[in-house]
Design a protein around this ligand. Sequence first.
Ligand SMILES: [Zn+2]
Length: 489
Amino acid sequence: MNRFPFFLFDSAENKKVEFLPENPDRVKIYSCGPTVYNYSHIGNLRSYIFVDVLRRSLKILGYSMDQTMNITDIDDKIIRESISRSVTIEEFTKPWTEAFFQDLQKLNIEKLEHYPIATESVDEMVGLVEKLNANGYTYEKEGNVYFSIDKLSSYGSLSKIDTSGIISGARYDADEYEKDNVRDFVLWKAPKEDGEKSWKTKIGLGRPGWHLECSAMIRQIYSSGVDIHTGGVDLLFPHHENEKAQSEAAYPNEKFVKYWMHCEHLLVDGQKMSKSKGNFFVLGDILEKGYDWKQIRYVLLSFHYRTKLNFSFERLNEAKLSIQKIQNSFNRISDKLNAQDIAFLNFPSSSDEIIDLRPNGFAKEYFLIFINAISDDLNIPKAIASIFDTIKLFNSSLDRSSLHKEDLLDCLKYFYQINLLLGLLEFKSTSEGSIGISENEIQFLIDERIKAKKNKDFQRADSIRDELKAKGIQLEDSKDGSVKWKRME
Ligand SMILES: [Zn+2]
């Protein structure tokens, strides 16, 4: 079988279930994306990494993806900010949208198939309101159109919110509102007199409410529902409950979302992130402190998505060593092969190639342990632990020189597969001299150092030793003056 099973924790069912998508060759996933009015903070980045981990894991398991993340550019805050700066919504949001994509790129987050923008999906939103009007779920008050939640008996089933206290006809007009307060929500807002941006549409002048945007964009991209809908836990209520209500009321004969997945919060040093506590970070803040993107990516992906991630700078430091260990083990193996043997690692991979490059010899059983961990609701901590067990074993086999070329190639396939998930390793051939440093360069520097010592230039000799050490190369001087080297684990 080419496809491994996948089990996920479905928030609607409140339990782990087997993932059975409508079409495994086109898995449809929708994730709530950024509201583009500022830089993404690391809590937001965690949820984007979660989407990336889900995507990459499903690809390793043998599925093909068709994923969407929306860009919210119609929202109370955005409208307020653009009015106060006397710019259009587009002018205000453009740099923030670009910053969002740059962050994704910096963290090596794979590009998804679709990134719809709310301002370009207004027609679809209007269509949804018309459908809801026709199906009898709406009412109008002072030009605003509201969704009447007591008309839909399933309201509350996703978030398990207590609906007993519903005040019939109590309404929320704004996009930002209190949690746990169950009220009718606004679908379409009448234009305000303060110059707020509004759209001229079939249902009149106005603008959409926030919840409507996601339901409409799903419809626009897929013309149906999706297999998985993801978002942060804070979106479960009211946002996802309302999305579900609108979509199911508009299209009662269709399944809107088969599985819901929610990613937990991020804490910094055990505390909720806030600007007043001084523990609020965006990606640029951390990069400026001298940490690299790999350390950040590693920390953000190494926690289970359903646990709170406790971010700290100590963890970033630990991440550096962990990444280096995996890279070094790969380097030791690829050093024993020639550039041609390892060239396959750098080619972009289609889903068929991913399957063709599964280990099927020496490394197969270790690959299957890794697979079992990710199939079990993305148990990344367990998957990473299995990687360290495996490289320990690879390393001791290398120490004993008990690996044949076939075995080494199978190990490379193992690294290829785990890196589809991690996205952290460098796979350039050593003979091309681009994994930090090639054997030729190492030998060149060792000769330089011997020369420097002969000339009593000990400063130069020490600086070469340090330079090599920084690149993970350890030197061993022997009494006869010759020098041995090895890559540090
Ligand atoms: Zn959404």
